[in-house]
Design a protein around this ligand. Structure first.
Ligand code: GLN
Length: 532
C-alpha cells in the first residue's frame, strides 16, 4: 500500500483537488493502478443536503452516493469511475464509532478520538485502497483548522505502520505577492511548513501556487526553509486551463519523485494525447454561442460539471463555446417571447443547454424557453429537470393539455405528466424517493441518441425524484414526442426527442458526470455539432 497525501495551508481555493487529480493522472499514465479519496471535515454523511449556492454542485457516484465536486474532478483526470469509498466525512466516521459504542462493541473501553476515531479513518482508507498500487488522499481545508486533526493524526500513524518510504506528503501552498511592490513573499509558506511539522508531518513535496514562475532565488529560499531538495519544489503557476496542470507537473518531473520514492525507479510517462486536446482547447478554430439557461447563475460552481462537459466537446471539435447565462426568471412574464428572442438575436445564440435542479421557482420561464427552442428549431439539450420541462411544454402546447404540470410544482394539477411513480408515493423517509446513481436505458434504433451513443444500451447516472408519468406516454408519443430511451420495462422515460427538429434531445440522467477531456460525452458532442 502506497499513500500520497495532499494537504494545503494559508488559504482555501488553491486547487488542492486539481493538484491531487493531476498527480493521479501522472501515476495512471505511468501505468499504476490507483484510487483517490477525499477526507471531508463536515458532519454531514454525504453532500446531498448541501446547498449548491454554498458548496457548489452535488456530484453522484455510480453507486448512488452524493459527494462534492472533488470526486468528479478526480474521475475526469484519472478517467476512472470512483465509488462511495472515495468520500469520507467526519460525520460518517463519528456515526459509525457512536453506533458501535451503543451496540456495546467496545466492551466498556473509554471511546476516544485516539484510537477509536483515528482507527476508523484508517479502516476507511484500507477499504478504499484494496488491490491498488497507490491511493491518493486529499484532505479538505487548511492545516490547523479546528476540524481536522483526527484526519492528519490518522495519516501520521499510518506512515508509521506502512513505513515512511510508502507515504508521501504533498503540501499545496501559495507564494503570496504584495500588490504594491509586486514582490513574491514566502513567509506564509514557511510558517505553513513548520505548522505541519508541529503535527510531526514533514512535507515531502511542496506545490507552490503562484501567479507567475518563481525566480531561481526564491525557489532556493523555499527549498532551504522547508528543508527539501530543490527538485521537490514544484511550481504551479496560473494556467489557462486546469487540464494543463498535469502537463506542467510532468515537465517538472513530479512523477519521478514519486516513483523513485515508492518503487526506487524512474518511469516513462506519456501525456501526448492530453497535450493535443489541451492545445485544441486553447487554440480553437471556430466559435459558437450557447445559452445556458439556469437558476443558479451567480455561482459558477453550481453548474461546473455542465460547463466542463461543454469544454470537453469544445476540445474535440476545436470550437470555442461562449456560454451566455440565460436567467429563466426573466423569461416568465408576458414579454418573455420578446425577451428570449432578443437575447438569442443579440448574442447570436445557436443552441440552448439546460442543466437540472430542484425546487419550483421560475418554472414557467423554463417552460417558455423549452417551447421557444422547439418552435424555433434551436438545438436544445435538456438535462434531468429539463426533460420534465420539455415534456410539460410539449403536453401544453402540442397535446392540448394546457394545465399539464409536474406534481413537484403543482400537487393538484389536472394533468400530472410528471409525477412520482405509484411505488414512490408510499415512501415517507426524507429523500427516500430519490433515484440516484447508475441506471440502464434501452435506446430505440432510429433515435438520435442511439446514433450518438453508437449503441442501443447505455448506463448513465441519475439524481432526481420525479418521472414522466407512464399514463401519459401514449398521448405524448402519438403527438410526436419520441421516447427514444427507457428502462427495460418501458416505465421510465430516460430520453425524449423530437424528430422534425435539428436537435431537440433531453435526458432524465446527468450525462455531464461521465464526460472527460479524453472521452467527451456523445450527447454534448452531438449538441455542439448541431449548434455549429
Ligand atoms: N426536481 C426534479 C426531480 O426531482 C429534477 C431534479 C434534477 O434536475 N436533478 O425529479
Amino acid at each position: 500500500m502506497k499513500l500520497i497525501v495532499v494537504t494545503g495551508w494559508v488559504i482555501s481555493g488553491l486547487g488542492k483537488g486539481i493538484t491531487a487529480a493531476s498527480i493521479g493522472r501522472l501515476m495512471k499514465s505511468c501505468w499504476y493502478s490507483l484510487t483517490m479519496m477525499k477526507l471531508d471535515p463536515y458532519l454531514q454523511i454525504d453532500a446531498g443536503t448541501m446547498s449548491p449556492f454554498e458548496h457548489g454542485e452535488t456530484f453522484v457516484t455510480k453507486d448512488w452516493f452524493e459527494t462534492d465536486l472533488d470526486l468528479w474532478h478526480y474521475e475526469r483526470f484519472i478517467d476512472e469511475e470512483l465509488t462511495r469509498n472515495s468520500s469520507v466525512t467526519t460525520g460518517q466516521i463519528y456515526l459509525s464509532v457512536i453506533q458501535k459504542e451503543r451496540e456495546w462493541k467496545f466492551l466498556g473501553e473509554t471511546v476516544q478520538v485516539i484510537p477509536h476515531v483515528t482507527n476508523k479513518v484508517k479502516d476507511k482508507i484500507r477499504e478504499a485502497s484494496e488491490w491498488k498500487d497507490i491511493t491518493i488522499i486529499e484532505v479538505w481545508w487548511t492545516v490547523w483548522d479546528i476540524e481536522w486533526p483526527h484526519f492528519l493524526e490518522a495519516l501520521r500513524q499510518f506512515r508509521g505502520e506502512l513505513g515512511r518510504e510508502n507515504v508521501l506528503f504533498v503540501h499545496v501552498v501559495p507564494v503570496l505577492r504584495v500588490s504594491t511592490s509586486g514582490e513574491m513573499k514566502t513567509k506564509a509558506l514557511q510558517h505553513s511548513v513548520s505548522k505541519l511539522r508541529e503535527l510531526w508531518i514533514h512535507a515531502n513535496v511542496l506545490v507552490c501556487r503562484t501567479d507567475a514562475r518563481l525566480t531561481p532565488e526564491i525557489k532556493k529560499k523555499i527549498a532551504m526553509f522547508s528543508d527539501l531538495d530543490e527538485n521537490r519544489i514544484i511550481e504551479n503557476w496560473d494556467q489557462k486551463s486546469i487540464y494543463s496542470v498535469p502537463l506542467n507537473f510532468l515537465e517538472q518531473g513530479l512523477h519521478n519523485i514519486i516513483t523513485q520514492r515508492f518503487f526506487d525507479k524512474t518511469v516513462e510517462c506519456n501525456l501526448d494525447d492530453r497535450k493535443s486536446k489541451v492545445e485544441w482547447l486553447l487554440n480553437p478554430v471556430s466559435v459558437v454561442n450557447i445559452a445556458l439557461a439556469g437558476k443558479y447563475t451567480k455561482l459558477d460552481d453550481s453548474y461546473i460539471s455542465v460547463v466542463e462537459a461543454l469544454k470537453h466537446a469544445w476540445a474535440s471539435h476545436q470550437t470555442k463555446i461562449n456560454i451566455h447565462w440565460l436567467n429563466t426568471e426573466q423569461c416568465e412574464d408576458k414579454n418573455r417571447e420578446v425577451f428570449v428572442q432578443n437575447f438569442i438575436k443579440e448574442k447570436d445564440i445557436r443552441g440552448i443547454l439546460v442543466p437540472g435542479w430542484f425546487g419550483n421557482r421560475w418554472i414557467e420561464g423554463m417552460i417558455n424557453v423549452a417551447n421557444y427552442a422547439r418552435v424555433n428549431k434551436i438545438p436544445y439539450l435538456g438535462l434531468c429537470l429539463w426533460l420534465q420541462i420539455a415534456t410539460i411544454s410539449f403536453a401544453r402546447n402540442v397535446c392540448w393539455l394546457p394545465k399539464a404540470n409536474s406534481t413537484e410544482f403543482d400537487k393538484n394539477t389536472l394533468d400530472p405528466v410528471i409525477d412520482f411513480l405509484e411505488d414512490q408515493k408510499n415512501i415517507t423517509k426524507k429523500w427516500g424517493t430519490m433515484r440516484l446513481g447508475n441506471y440502464e436505458a434501452y435506446l430505440k434504433n432510429s433515435s438520435i441518441v442511439s446514433k450518438l451513443y453508437k449503441s442501443d444500451f447505455v448506463v448513465e447516472r441519475h439524481r432526481h425524484r420525479y418521472e414522466v408519468n407512464p399514463k401519459y406516454h401514449d398521448i405524448l408519443q402519438n403527438n410526436g414526442l419520441f421516447i427514444s430511451g427507457s428502462s427495460k420495462d418501458w416505465t421510465l422515460a430516460e430520453f425524449v426527442e423530437i424528430s422534425d427538429h435539428p436537435f431537440y434531445v433531453a435526458t432524465q440522467a446527468h450525462p455531464e458526470f461521465k464526460s472527460t477531456l479524453q472521452k467527451p460525452h456523445p450527447l454534448f458532442c452531438g449538441f455542439v455539432k448541431a449548434s455549429l
